[in-house]
Design a protein around this ligand. Structure first.
Ligand code: NG1
Ligand code: MG
Length: 553
């Protein structure tokens, strides 16, 4: 009796769009911003600095997530869209002139000179080194790139390079091309709008382009390939993220949200919002340094949800492979006897998934500690490391190898129950919101449209509550700003991205956007004194826009 909500999905196996005609390129980006000025300025600046024309400009946008927070790494579907704000990188290969008066690294194969239009991000020169590892049975030749732990802008450039090097340069005689590049961006950093994914996707694209991987005749790089490569690359800069940001930055389509699934395979289905509402992003002005606080934040949540999934699997009698790092989505699938989960498989449909998720509320009770015999029980069902190991059914050593060796966490209690409660309720809200959007689009009736928007808003508000109370990824500033947004007339408002700072997203009646922005600007204390461009930097309406592309001169 399951509902079939499935719509044709976007092919993740489409090639990356490569434009050679500027009119077509600007057409694809939409007319709401003056793209020509920015692209021309970048081209001119590149010429001034490097004394030659760029051969490519690559573009990757940031994204806003409407709903589905912290569930991509549990492999549940999410509903983001690319935004108009983006990163652009102009680039060209550099000829190595022997004995030219430059520093040493300029001469190294595959060396990079990276400049940024923003003066805060200074010029960087680096090069990969060639490595040879030989033991009795392994013989590896490749390229190594040092990515230091501290936050530096060029780390995101290096992260993109890393995967291209390891994936495409394995032979000893295979030399990567030296690259000159100039970066510019309009995605605010640390804002939850994924400037990081935009940087890593655009950097990955730059090095693919510079090494001939996007040339006609080269083996086609698909959008799906770029998502996977960028996901791996982003893990080099600190957090064990899911794939939402990279998928949204690469695959998004104009004027529609994108329902992205990761299991059993990467799919992306356009999901149109009801008409009459727009998304407004508002930066809390609290910067969320996810890479630096990951041990108590993001990475800790990754561990809590993965261990939670194992404990739940055991409680439900779901079979587990030895040392398997199962996710919540896989537990649900195996529990429900899901079929068609092989490579490229489609798995169960959305109606069936909603039905199983609805039944999980009781099952997650298994993640509460059985009894806490020593000391006072943790008020929020947190368990100690010892309890967690015992609940997993693993030996301590094995547990450490599987769950603790690849990630650093800093906690005394692990709140498996509350995290799971968020993940399952949030995964269900995503499907409910998508269903509303699809049903509304086919009904095409103004009355049901408003009802749908109100319902969408309610789901967003519930998501915020769940993020704040159960997943504990909100903060005082985000709680306040979402409340201000609701008071100012939003249908719903919530944090977007990892949280702990950064942006909120609000669904706002289209004809009230001006009024809404004024009210929020007045009510949120940190916005005092901001006006004009400074205000629109942090508080702005946005519409779903198109994913990454490349322009070839
Ligand atoms: P932000 O902080 O917006 O980049 C992060 C993760 C996502 C997802 C969200 C929470 C990265 C690159 N992205 O987004 O994969 O897990 O948090 O929903 O870390
Ligand atoms: Mg990020």
């Amino acid at each position: 009796h399951s509902l079939s909500l499935r719509r044709p999905t976007m092919a993740a196996d489409e090639p990356i769009p490569v434009f050679t005609n500027l009119t077509e390129l600007y057409g694809s980006l939409g007319t709401s911003l003056n793209h020509a000025e920015r692209w021309n300025n970048l081209t001119d600046e590149f010429e001034k600095r490097f004394g030659k024309k760029p051969t490519y400009i690559v573009r990757a946008p940031g994204r806003v997530n409407l709903i589905g927070e912290h569930i991509d790494y549990a492999l549940f579907g999410v509903l983001p869209a690319a935004i108009e704000r983006d990163i652009l990188i102009a680039c060209a290969p550099r000829e190595i002139v022997p004995n030219s008066p430059v520093d040493e690294q300029h001469h190294a194969p595959g060396s990079v000179v990276a400049e940024n239009l923003h003066p805060k991000y200074t010029r960087q020169v680096f090069a990969p080194t060639q490595t040879k590892t030989s033991t009795e049975d392994v013989h590896v030749e490749g390229w190594h790139l040092d990515i230091p732990k501290e936050l530096r802008w060029e780390n995101y450039v290096k992260a993109g390079y890393y995967g291209v090097l390891t994936e495409h340069f394995t032979g000893a005689s295979d030399h990567p091309t030296p690259v000159d590049m100039l970066v510019t961006g309009t995605v605010p950093a640390g804002s939850g709008l994924s400037s990081s994914a935009a940087m890593v996707v655009s950097s990955t694209l730059t090095f693919l382009a510079m090494n001939g991987k996007l040339e006609p005749g080269a083996e086609k790089v698909t959008k799906g390939d770029l998502v996977k490569l960028s996901m791996e690359n982003e893990k080099r800069v600190g957090v064990n993220s899911g794939g939402m940001d990279q998928a949204a930055s690469v695959i998004s389509v104009p004027s529609s949200m994108l329902y992205i699934t990761f299991y059993p395979s990467l799919t992306a289905s356009p999901t149109p919002l009801p008409t009459g509402a727009v998304l407004v992003c508002a930066h809390s002005l609290k910067v969320s340094d996810k890479a630096l606080t990951a041990e108590r934040g993001y990475n800790l949540r990754v561990v809590e949800t993965l261990v939670g999934a194992r404990v739940l699997a055991r409680a439900l009698g779901v079979a587990l492979g030895p040392k398997e790092k199962i996710t919540f989505r896989e537990v649900v699938g195996r529990y429900a006897g899901e079929v068609d989960v092989g490579r490229g498989g489609r798995g169960m449909d959305e109606g069936a998934l909603m039905e199983v998720l609805g039944r999980m509320g009781e099952a997650v009770e298994a993640l509460k500690p059985k009894s806490q015999t020593s000391g006072t029980p943790h008020p929020e069902f947190g368990v100690t490391m010892e309890e967690m190991v015992s609940m997993s059914g693993m030996e301590k050593e094995e547990f450490e190898e599987v769950y603790m060796s690849w990630i650093k966490v800093d906690a005394t209690h692990f709140k498996l129950y509350k995290r799971a409660k968020h993940v399952f309720s949030e995964a269900l809200r995503v499907l409910q919101l998508r269903k509303l959007c699809l049903e509304n689009a086919s009904a095409n009736n103004p009355d049901t449209n408003t009802a749908a928007l109100l319902e969408l808003g309610r789901l967003m508000n519930d998501s915020q509550t769940s993020c704040a109370q159960d997943f504990e990824c909100s903060c005082a500033e985000l709680d306040e700003l979402t409340q201000i947004a609701r008071d100012a007339g939003a249908y719903g408002s919530r944090l977007t991205g990892a949280g702990w700072g950064g942006c909120t997203v609000s669904l706002v009646p289209e004809d009230k956007v001006g009024e809404f922005i004024e009210k929020v600007a007045r009510a949120y204390e940190p916005y005092r004194g901001l006006e004009g461009e400074a205000l629109s930097e942090v508080l702005f309406a946005t519409r779903p826009s198109v994913g990454a592309c490349v322009y070839k001169f």
